[in-house]
Design a protein around this ligand. Structure first.
Ligand SMILES: Nc1ncnc2c1ncn2[C@@H]1O[C@H](COP(=O)(O)OP(=O)(O)OP(=O)(O)O)[C@@H](O)[C@H]1O
Ligand SMILES: [Mg+2]
Length: 303
């Protein structure tokens, strides 16, 4: 008589156990969803912090550039006058001072001064010109053209950028591939600004190539699902270390300080793309090249 009762009880235990397992599974799924939501919130928060940092850095940089403009024009103008003036001063000293080789000014022998001053003045002019380039890049960028929204033909902007860079392209690579989709809807944004984005990114790709055998490819496509136009600029250049990749969009960040790099190219590209409502995706590995994808929202075409 005890056996049926036992089996009844066992059945109940089994049901209870199943119920507990179901509840645990539900709790587990809920927890997973919560973790996912928290992760998404963290990513959004990080993006906002980054955007905020970039915006304030950009405003600060543009403000400083504006203030620098006037003093830099004095330095440039005065240095050029001093260069001419020195040629006369040097000649007069040579001709009028007895034994100019023995002359010492500010503790420096005249023979050294004659070599030093032209070099110092030349460096001043070069430095001042470089600062001028930076400020005018920032000025161009902050002086917003009237907003011409919509109907921006991305392929036309790409063709323009490639035409502007034609000489540089031929100098840097024998393998430039240009593949445009003919099925693109118009994009949002200002065409002149979008052209600037492509010029800056293609130029970086070219500057990263170690020799002419390395490729650069530029292509456009339409991602219907996201209603986005995607432009990909891929190079077989030297690529980037993670530490460089992390900072690439900061204003004035450059690893080309010894060339003519100002560190504004990617910052300006980023700011324009963000403003247009798009985004920039970059992947790069040292020695493996770089791929930059510019995603721009397409303009909705009225049916
Ligand atoms: N395609 C690329 N391959 C390798 N490194 C790159 C690439 N694009 C950018 N970088 C790195 O990112 C840095 C910042 O790029 P950015 O275009 O902002 O400035 P820049 O090219 O140094 O100077 P500027 O564009 O103002 O003349 C570069 O100095 C370079 O180190
Ligand atoms: Mg650049």
């Amino acid at each position: 008589m005890t056996a049926p009762n036992d089996s009844e009880q066992l059945k109940r235990y089994a049901e209870d156990l199943n119920q507990t397992i179901r509840e645990l599974k539900q709790a587990n799924a809920k927890l997973r969803r919560q973790v996912e939501v928290e992760e998404q919130a963290r990513v959004v928060q990080q993006k906002m912090i980054h955007l905020n940092k970039m915006t304030s850095l950009g405003t600060l940089a543009a403000g400083i550039a504006h203030e620098i403009n006037t003093p830099i024009s004095y330095i440039l103008g005065n240095s050029q006058i001093l260069e001419e003036l020195w040629q006369d001063v040097e000649r007069v000293l040579r001709e009028t001072v007895d034994n100019p080789e023995k002359l010492v000014l500010a503790g420096i022998p005249f023979t050294d001064i004659r070599e030093m001053i032209p070099k110092m003045l030349k460096n001043n002019v070069q430095g001042a010109r470089q600062i001028s380039t930076i400020t005018s890049k920032l000025k161009d960028f902050t002086r917003q053209p009237p907003e011409k929204r919509g109907r921006t033909d991305i392929n036309r902007a790409l063709e323009y950028a490639v035409a502007i860079l034609d000489k540089k392209i031929r100098k840097c690579t024998n393998h430039f591939h240009f593949k445009l989709s003919r099925q693109l809807p118009p994009a949002k944004g200002n065409i002149h600004e979008i052209e600037q984005v492509f010029i800056n990114i293609i130029l970086n790709a070219l500057q990263a190539l170690p020799d002419k055998t390395c490729e650069v490819s530029v292509s456009s496509a339409f991602a219907k699902k996201n209603n986005e136009i995607m432009v990909t600029i891929k190079d077989q250049g030297r690529g980037m270390e993670p530490a460089v990749l992390d900072r690439i969009m900061e204003p004035f960040f450059t690893t080309r300080e010894n060339s003519d790099g100002t560190g504004l190219g990617m910052y300006i590209a980023y700011a324009i793309v963000e403003k247009t409502g798009g985004n920039l995706e970059i992947s790069s590995k040292p020695g493996m090249g770089t791929e930059v994808t510019v995603c721009l929202p397409a303009e909705k075409i009225e049916a």
